[in-house]
Design a protein around this ligand. Structure first.
Ligand code: HEC
Length: 171
């Protein structure tokens, strides 16, 4: 008597697997439910979520407050991503330029000293003329950090560097 019973259980199990997704117990998007505190089934995306379809240019973060930590982060990122062309002090004398890449303008030019922080973030994000975009290498928060560091470079007004010097990454 045991064998037919086991067979019956197996058959019932097999039947259940034939249920389609539409037969399953589920909630519809606009139904009320107690699962979440706001009583909704369909939840809004978490703050800061970025859709895969969203253009990376639209996701610039808010400008953070100027702090020493921000400038130091910017110094480290600038030395990694920008100094090879723009030079360690922003004088446009980086090694890549010395080897023949088009020379960028110096960050100490009056026009760029007067440009808003947003201009530097925009150039990093979208590129500028022959300079390509760094959007895929420098995330939005670091763009503001680099802009803060360029501001610091512009304010230090160092003697024009003729020889590039390597300032290793910040410790
Ligand atoms: C491979 C070399 C190279 C690198 C690396 C590079 N740039 Fe540039 N950048 C240039 C060149 C060349 C120009 C001038 C482009 C032109 O006018 O066509 C330029 C222009 C600029 C300008 C001036 C825009 C204006 O209004 O005239 C800014 C600001 C700038 N770059 C910021 C940055 C920052 C910040 C980084 C690092 C994230 C960076 N660049 C990395 C080559 C580079």
């Amino acid at each position: 008597m045991r064998k037919p019973l086991i067979l019956a259980v197996m058959l019932v199990g097999a039947c259940n697997q034939n249920l389609t997704m539409s037969d399953q117990k589920k909630l519809d998007e606009y139904e009320r439910s107690d699962i979440f505190r706001n009583g909704k089934v369909l939840q809004s995306p978490a703050p800061g979520s970025v859709s895969r379809e969203q253009d990376v240019r639209d996701v610039l973060t808010e400008k953070p407050p100027m702090t020493l930590a921000l400038v130091k982060r910017g110094q480290q990122r600038f030395n990694i991503f920008c100094s090879e062309c723009h030079g360690p002090a922003g004088d446009a004398d980086g090694m890549v330029v010395q080897r023949g890449f088009p020379k960028p303008p110096s960050f100490h030019e009056v026009r760029l000293v007067n440009a808003p922080d947003e201009h530097f973030v925009d150039v990093i994000t979208n590129g500028y003329g022959v300079m390509y975009s760094y959007a895929d290498r420098v995330p939005p928060a670091d763009r503001w950090a680099i802009a803060a560091y360029i501001r610091a470079l512009q304010r230090t007004n160092p003697p024009i560097q003729t020889e590039p010097h390597f300032q290793g990454p910040m410790q």
